[in-house]
Design a protein around this ligand. Structure first.
Ligand code: SAM
Length: 240
């Protein structure tokens, strides 16, 4: 997979050199380049913003530097252009799985009041444009959203996470939250792990974990349970 990120704060994305994503880049599983939007300006102040038409607070990102940057990274195919925005569709694990199938993702990091809307309209001609939100709150810029989305997508690429089994049982992989996990020692500060985990009985352990998934999801995210088909849920439950 190839990923290009355009930002006025390329340093923000340096975290993508670390840990599993950094290793995936070193191993050639992922090609990731960060571009400074100011390199695509033509004035001596390298201006990327201007006042909003219609008035109002804040500044808006000018369209032409964006067009220049996006034309440069596009190459020949039709990449997915992800535009982080609190006004976008909320990013989910299902979207991460879909995006992990793509060859080329381009991220446009907004700042100030966001990017001139015409950039998205223009980009529709040569990109699949996807405005994505991390959640219902407002950040200062798209960079944090890019870190989150790239990490969620890249860890699904073959070879990035050492044991692919660990991706199967995670929160959101089956629409439920993951069960609680424990490690040694079995007793710590007067807190004991659930007895069943020491039983060696795999069927009982699977039942216990499934019950904990359902209990935790009902408690913390009842909205997720409501989205699941009850018949499918019952069938999955009987299979445990
Ligand atoms: N005026 C915009 C609005 O109300 O929709 C908010 C602009 S915000 C201060 C600046 C940039 O931060 C956005 O262009 C976007 O790139 C990013 N951003 C802010 N909140 C975000 C969120 N919840 N998810 C993804 N990106 C976000």
């Amino acid at each position: 997979m190839r990923i290009d990120v355009v930002s006025i704060f390329p340093e923000y994305l340096e975290a993508l050199n670390l840990s599993l994503i950094g290793k995936a880049r070193n191993d050639g599983l992922l090609t990731l380049e960060v571009h400074n939007l100011r390199d695509f300006t033509t004035d001596r102040h390298r201006t990327v913003d201007d006042t909003p038409y219609g008035g109002g607070a804040g500044m808006v990102m000018k369209p032409e530097p964006w067009a220049q940057a996006l034309e440069t990274v596009r190459e020949n195919k039709r990449p997915v252009l992800i535009v982080p925005s609190p006004a976008g569709t909320v990013f989910t694990q299902a979207m991460a799985s879909t995006l992990a199938q793509e060859d080329h993702l381009v991220f446009a990091c907004g700042r100030y009041e966001g990017i001139d809307e015409r950039v998205l309209d223009w980009a529709e001609g040569s990109f699949d444009v996807l405005p994505l939100s991390l959640g219902d709150y407002v950040l200062n810029g798209g960079e944090v959203a890019v870190l989150a989305i790239v990490e969620a997508v890249a860890r699904l690429l073959p070879g990035v996470v050492g044991n692919p089994e660990s991706l199967v049982e995670e929160s959101h992989s089956d629409g439920l939250l993951e069960y609680p996990v424990y490690t040694k020692p079995s007793s710590w500060r007067n807190l004991n792990i659930p007895e069943v985990l020491l039983s060696g009985n795999h069927a009982r352990i699977a039942r216990h974990r499934r019950d904990e998934q359902l209990r935790r999801t009902a408690l913390r995210r009842p909205d997720l349970l409501e989205k699941l088909d009850p018949a499918g849920l019952d069938a999955a439950d009987r299979a445990v």
